[in-house]
Ligand binder design. Structure first.
Ligand SMILES: *[C@@H]1O[C@H](CO)[C@@H](O)[C@H](O)[C@H]1NC(C)=O
Ligand SMILES: *[C@@H]1O[C@H](CO)[C@@H](O)[C@H](O)[C@H]1NC(C)=O
Ligand SMILES: *[C@@H]1O[C@H](CO)[C@@H](O)[C@H](O)[C@H]1NC(C)=O
Length: 228
């Protein structure tokens, strides 16, 4: 008899344990609105970007454990531009030979985007974009983000400036070798250095910074920090 009672208690506890995650998700999310998937800690993505008709192919190397993010931007029939961002707020924006050797160093108050940077985004519904059925969210009015309903991979995002990125590849776990994360020597010493101490609006107004997805991403990180 005693052992039968124990068995009943045990199965009740097991049932509760099983239900707990479900109850948790119902409590935090009463309508079961979909939430954006966190970014993998490391990935490589090829993006096709349309910035008011100017096209770019960008290699995005997101590397959270190492506190770094890289946008390697090929402008259509134009310059190859490197936008290397560190979590301490420093960005190196440079070109290499055969293009002119230029480098700009920027300092931001924010680091790179956190893997959960989409947390708290507003769900806008589902939409078919680039031939994929997507869940759509808006984050602090700076970005609209489209994620494949089935695979949960990002498909597209649109910055507040209208700049639109289409995700062509999404290689989870891909890491760019360390040697490639080295800004050229002319970034150190006499390079032009700017402080981006200001929040949001000066970045918004600056046509130079508006042109780079890296700058826009930093702006979003900035805005997200301000909101959180
Ligand atoms: C790029 O975007 C502009 C609108 O800003 C649009 O007119 C044009 O067709 C787009 N180009 C491509 C290749 O998608
Ligand atoms: C941030 O980190 C990078 C890479 O280690 C370094 O080159 C840069 O000088 C650092 N910036 C600051 C402000 O410490
Ligand atoms: C590269 O430098 C040369 C000489 O200073 C200049 O004429 C040219 O416009 C520059 N090219 C770019 C793409 O900035």
């Amino acid at each position: 008899m005693a052992s039968a009672t124990k068995l009943i208690y045990l199965s009740m506890i097991l049932l509760l344990l099983q239900l707990t995650p479900l109850m948790e998700s119902i409590r935090t999310n009463p309508t079961l609105t979909p939430t954006p998937t966190e970014w993998p800690l490391q990935f490589h993505s090829v993006l096709f970007i349309n910035n008011s008709g100017s096209l770019q192919k960008t290699d995005l190397w997101y590397d959270w454990p190492n506190g770094r993010n890289f946008n390697i931007i090929q402008n259509q029939l134009g310059e190859l531009k490197y936008d290397l961002e560190w979590n301490n707020g420093t960005s190196f924006i440079y070109t290499l030979e055969p293009f002119n050797k230029t480098c700009k160093v920027l300092h931001f108050d924010v680091g790179i985007l956190r893997p959960n940077w989409l947390q708290g985004a507003t769900f806008l519904g589902q939409e078919r974009v680039d031939n994929f059925l997507c869940n759509v969210w808006e984050k602090v009015e700076f970005i609209v983000y489209y994620e494949d309903v089935i695979t949960h991979r990002p498909v597209k995002w649109i910055f507040y400036t209208g700049m639109t990125a289409h995700v062509m590849t999404f290689e989870v776990g891909a890491v760019l070798e360390d040697a490639k994360w080295q800004a050229p020597v002319y970034c150190f010493g006499e390079a032009e250095t700017e402080n981006q101490r200001s929040k949001i609006s000066p970045v918004l107004e600056s046509p130079v910074h508006g042109g780079s997805p890296g700058m826009l991403i930093r702006t979003i990180a900035d805005a997200a920090d301000a909101v959180l």
